[in-house]
Structure formats: C-alpha cells, structure tokens
Design a protein around this ligand. Sequence first.
Ligand code: ADP
Length: 445
Amino acid sequence: MTKAIYRNTCIILTVSIILMTLASFWVYCESMTSNVKRSIRDDGRVIVNLLNTYESEEARTDVLKTTLREYSYNRITLIRSDGEVIYDNFADTGEMDSHAKRPEVEEAINSGYGESTRQSETLGRNIYYYAYRLNDGSVLRISRAADDIYRLIIRIIPLMLVITAVILAVAFYTTKRTAKRIMKPLNELDIDAPEKGGIYEELMPFVKRIERENKLKEQNEKIRREFSANVSHELKTPLTSITGYAQMINNGMAKEEDILKFTGKIEKEAERLLLLINDIIELSNLDENGLATVEDVDLAEVARETTAALESTADKRGITIYLSANEAHVNGSRTMLGELAYNIIDNAIKYNKYGGSVTVFVGISNGKPELSVSDTGIGIPDEDKERIFERFYRVDKSHSKTVGGTGLGLSIVKHIAMRHNADINVKSELGFGTTISVVFNGPEE
Ligand code: ADP
C-alpha cells in the first residue's frame, strides 16, 4: 500500500514538475523574445536617427567604428543599396557576399523597414534581424541571437533532475510517515475494543462495523449457549421418565396391571425423544447449510401434500381441514417448504379445540406468493407472539408436551422462511384462533 501511494505521488509530482517547467519556460521565452525584439528595434531607430545626421558614407562608418564601438552585444551591419557590405562590427567585410537578397534588407530597400528571424546554422540559435533604410538609400541592419526554448530546456535539465530528485526524496519520506500514521491505529487495533486507541475519523465506519460484528457474535454465542443448555434439559426430562418407569418394572415394583401402562409411557417418551432429536438435527442442518437444491416449487402442491399427510391427525381430534390452494410458485427447496407448511398446519391442529377447523390458503396476494393457515384454536397471548419463534419457547409448556410439541417447530419455520426471503405474520385472538401467514418476497436483489 505504501508503495502504491508512493508510486502515485511520484507520478503526480514528476508530471507536475515537467508541466510546470515547460509552462514557465514557455512564458519566460515568450517574454524574453519580445523584450529582445523590442530592444533591438528601439536601438535600431536611435542609431538610424544618429546616422541620418551624417551626410557621407565615411562619416557614418566612422561614427559606427568610434562612438558605437562599445555597442558590441548587437551585430551592426551597414549595407549599400546595391547589397555590398561596408561595415560589420562582428565580421570582416571583405569576405562578405552581397546582402541585397537577404529578406530583411530587400524589404528595407523597398519599403524603408524590414525584419526577419532565421536559425543560424553555426550557432544553432534564433537570430532576429531588423533593417532600416537610411536617407541616402543604404541599409542599416541590426541583429541579435537569442537562445530558443529547446536550448534553454537542455541547459536546465540537470538542475531539473536535481530538483526532482530532492522532491521525490521528500515525497518518499512524507508518504512513508503518512502511511505509518494511517496504519498505526490499524496495527494496534484491539478487535474486542476497537474504539480505543488513536482512531481517526475516517476509520470510524470500520470500527463501527467491527463493533456490530462483535455484538452479533456475542448474541449468537449467547443463543448457542442457551440452546445447548436447553437441549440437555429437554433430553433429560423424557430420559428421566423412561429410566424411572424402566426401573420400576425391573425392580418388580410395578404391579402386573401397571406394566402395560408403564411400557406405553416409555414408548411415548421415547417417541418424544426421537421427535426432539429430529428437530435438533433439522435445525443444525439449517444453521450450517444453505438451500440444498433450489427448484421451482408450487406452494399449492406442497399444501395439498401436507394437508393429506395430516388428515388422520386432524380426524383424531375432530378437526376439519379446509384447503383453498391456487397456483403460487416460489424458488426454493421443496423439502424445506414442505417442512415449513407441516409445522404450521400441525400447530394449527395441535393448538385447536375439539371440533374446530383449520383453513389453509395458498395463492398470490398483493402480487406475492403466500401461504396462510388459520385455526379456531386457543390463540396466542399478545406478549408471546414474537417469542414463539425462539428455540424451545412454548406458551404453555405442559399443553405443548401433551400434544407432542418440542418447542422447535416455529424456530425451524422462521429459519426456512428466512432462507426463502419470506416474512411471517402472526394474527391471533386469545380463545378464538390464530392465523399465521408466510409471504414470499421473491429472490433477494
Ligand atoms: P411446539 O413444538 O411446542 O409446538 P413450536 O415452536 O411449533 O413448538 O411453537 C411454539 C409455541 O407457540 C407452542 O408451544 C405454542 O404455545 C405456540 N403456538 C404455535 N402455534 C400455535 C397456534 N396455531 N395456536 C396457538 N398457539 C400456537
């Protein structure tokens, strides 16, 4: 991470240094060039005015040779109207060819003033030429070489490299320091108490998330501990009864006519144990695995099969099951949805009154697949409506036991509903009946 930050900083810095240097060079050269040009032009005019006060060619050459000798940083050339060079402060006039065809000279002869810029091959620099026609027709040319931008850049490159190196070294040091400061609270973070230590503002969402996870972990741990305690307790009760009855029979303490009663009780308790163990296995499977096989399931079919399976149980209690099943498809596990329907309808039978009824509805309501089960049973007190989904929670423990409940049915239902992204609603009136509906919200986005 530090490397990545450093690399990015280096790229940004280097690019900015290059761009800034180029930009300032450009501006500098532009203003230099225009200054140089202006000063040559101004100098030219002054010299022209001075030379125009002299009549003869000799007098003019003399002035240039004497008075303007010191004026050496500009090159001054005096050219006759036929192009012959009669004076040059930088070169030997004898070796110079006719200047009549030089663009600036030609222009000056024709119009009185001419200028041109050329690259000097020998110097590799730009040379600015300004030419003025004097009143006798001869031409004064004044010129100066100026460094061009590329030469300046090449000259400045070593300095730029040194500056870049210094800046990058400073960047290296500061990124390292910053990265260290960013990482320090993270390295020293106490997962159990993340808000302690030098936490800065940007880390708060991260810290909050850890805190939430910690809380959730704690809650889950609590539920797990309670569940284990409950499981041991729930298993112990039927086993104690079984052992008790078995001992009585074994010791010969049971009367002949009681033996049948006792073995019946043993069988009932053993059945309870099996139910309980099945539910526990079911729950732990749900805890660990996701949906085994997801397929298109018609809830109407599930409801038909489940009510058929529970028909005889209902009959025994004098309860009538009414089924209104319309096609309603959901994506999910057929076995789990069967289990969900079974537990809810089974409860509606178990917590009903003799001669009562159970109405099962399946269909689409408000655009969503729904399974709802209403009974004419004992109802659930308001304060228990939320809690009935907790593991081992029973409104009336002894009633649940006599009807063969384990207290796990609805926690399995809640689990399965969650896996299918479904909501459960409970409506109940004590003494009159209960409606439990499961509404499927469709696949999670
Ligand atoms: P159980 O195995 O005891 O039936 P559940 O988890 O299925 O356990 O249900 C929890 C408790 O909720 C039950 O013990 C019962 O008190 C209450 N309950 C569930 N369904 C109904 C219902 N249809 N009518 C009244 N009470 C119900």
